[in-house]
Design a protein around this ligand. Structure first.
Ligand SMILES: C[S@@+](CC[C@H](N)C(=O)[O-])C[C@H]1O[C@@H](n2cnc3c(N)ncnc32)[C@H](O)[C@@H]1O
Length: 430
């Protein structure tokens, strides 16, 4: 057997946050992304990835000069090696400041927004908003891994181990008692707490995991494999769960998409409605809800503009989400039209030109084809909801090239204790 490669350690001072939650420093003439360090700290970092010429990745293994914002890791699962709460060692208010810094940086560097525009946004003046509730217990939808002995837990940050210490993100009562239960070995669990506090668990059949090769590539391949359709069995509750926003309710498959933070759908819906109200005097007649899922934004726009809004088009690739939308909007008749498929393909045949477009793409963002198609439809207001800072900024840059300027950007701490951050921009024609 080949002996394991010797670990390599460097001393480094880190000075700024990176989009992936690491802190950035320089060592041996390279940029170093250090997981577990806080900007301002001097740490001993162990190199975990040295394949690139211009940057390496590392993990902080000893803190030499500690940040005043460092706190004992609040999440037992993360402390045990899980990938869940990667900012669990940072005081949450400071973590929000770091997320603000990341967003401001990408808006300038990747989106190429000018300084005055960025400085005028709520993101710059108010920072990243905290959502209603606390920084723990905010999650109402989660996925758990199951180990070879049938015990549920969190995926380890590295490797395929399952960590059995409990994560602090799920809402109280959601996962606490699962330690004593046994599930199908190597299955995955979708666990949801519905609007009435009832828990639902669906087991997804094991996937044949890639176990060899480069760790990052392997993790990517396994994520892709896990996202493919597979056999499902309801092991508790029902196959769908009720969620409410405003006066409307949705019956969403337990394995389908709904925002993870309890307060996120209402907060985002209110923000989008506020943007439309600020920039459209008369109220919209036609709206598009792209990457709309079950139509949270469609519902908010319909209910805010009860009489004026004649047509809302929801586009999503997920048939289950659109089936949920059809049930929720049954009483709205022809005013709501659902379109299943890729946004890039369907956006060209939605009929009447929109006054308002809301787009809420996955982490990959919308991209050039979709942005150009939206701009060509000439809406008076675009609300862009983004869950990956860099792709969000790239899309805003594409909108600028297509004739839309940023009128507002707000940031939301929708994933406390993690590096993830949500941002919503309001764009209007130049
Ligand atoms: C971030 S979720 C937003 C869903 C919805 N707006 C909400 O807040 O509940 C992204 C949605 O985009 C859908 N989706 C992902 N890629 C897509 C694509 N290329 N075309 C259409 N829909 C897509 C997913 O099914 C998912 O419902």
């Amino acid at each position: 057997m080949t002996p394991p490669a010797p670990t390599r350690r460097v001393e480094v001072t880190v000075d700024r946050p990176a989009n992936g939650g690491e802190a950035v420093g320089r060592a041996d003439g390279r940029v170093l992304f250090v997981r577990g360090a806080i900007p301002g700290e001097r740490v001993v970092a162990e190199i975990t990835d040295d394949r690139h010429d211009s940057y390496w990745r590392a993990e902080a293994v000893e803190i030499l000069d500690e940040s005043p914002h460092r706190v004992p890791v609040v999440c037992p699962a993360a402390a045990g090696g899980a990938g869940c709460c990667d900012l669990g060692h940072i005081e949450p208010g400071h973590a929000r400041d770091l997320k603000q810094a990341v967003l401001l940086d990408v808006l300038s560097r990747i989106g190429h927004l000018d300084e005055a525009t960025i400085a005028g946004t709520d993101l710059a003046t108010r920072g990243v908003d905290r959502l209603p509730g606390t920084d723990t217990g905010w999650r109402i939808r989660t996925r758990l891994a199951v180990d070879g002995r049938g015990r549920a837990g969190q995926h380890a940050f590295r490797g395929s181990a399952v960590i059995h210490d409990v994560c602090v993100q799920p809402a109280p009562g959601m996962v606490d008692d699962l330690a004593g239960r046994r599930f199908t070995p190597h299955a995955e669990l979708a666990v949801v707490l519905d609007a009435d506090g009832t828990r639902h668990i669906t087991e997804l059949a094991p996937v044949a995991e890639v176990r060899h090769g480069d760790a990052r590539r392997r993790a990517q391949q396994n994520r892709r494999r896990r996202s493919r359709p597979r056999a499902q069995v309801v092991v508790e509750g029902a196959e769908s769960a009720v969620h409410r926003v405003g006066d409307r309710s949705w019956d969403i498959p337990v394995t389908g998409f709904w925002q993870a933070h309890r307060a996120a759908p209402q907060t985002y819906a209110d923000t989008v409605v506020g943007f439309v109200r600020d920039h459209l005097g008369t109220g919209p007649r036609v709206a598009w809800d792209l990457y709309g899922g079950a139509g949270v934004f469609a519902g908010a726009l319909l209910d805010h503009h009860r009489t004026g809004l004649e047509e809302v088009h929801i586009v999503d690739s997920d048939a289950g989400a659109l089936a949920a939308a059809a049930r929720t909007f049954d009483a709205d008749g022809d005013r709501v039209v659902t379109h299943q498929g890729e946004v890039a393909a369907r956006v060209h045949d939605l009929g009447a030109a929109p006054d308002v477009v809301v787009l809420d793409p996955p982490r990959t963002g919308a991209g050039e084809r979709v942005v150009e198609a939206i701009a060509a439809a000439e809406p008076a207001v675009v609300a862009h909801v983004g869950c990956d800072a860099a792709r969000f900024a790239r899309d805003l840059g594409l909108f600028a090239r297509a004739g839309y300027r940023v009128a507002q950007v707000r940031g939301f701490d929708a994933f406390p204790l993690t590096h993830h951050v949500e941002a919503i921009a309001c764009l209007v024609p130049v």
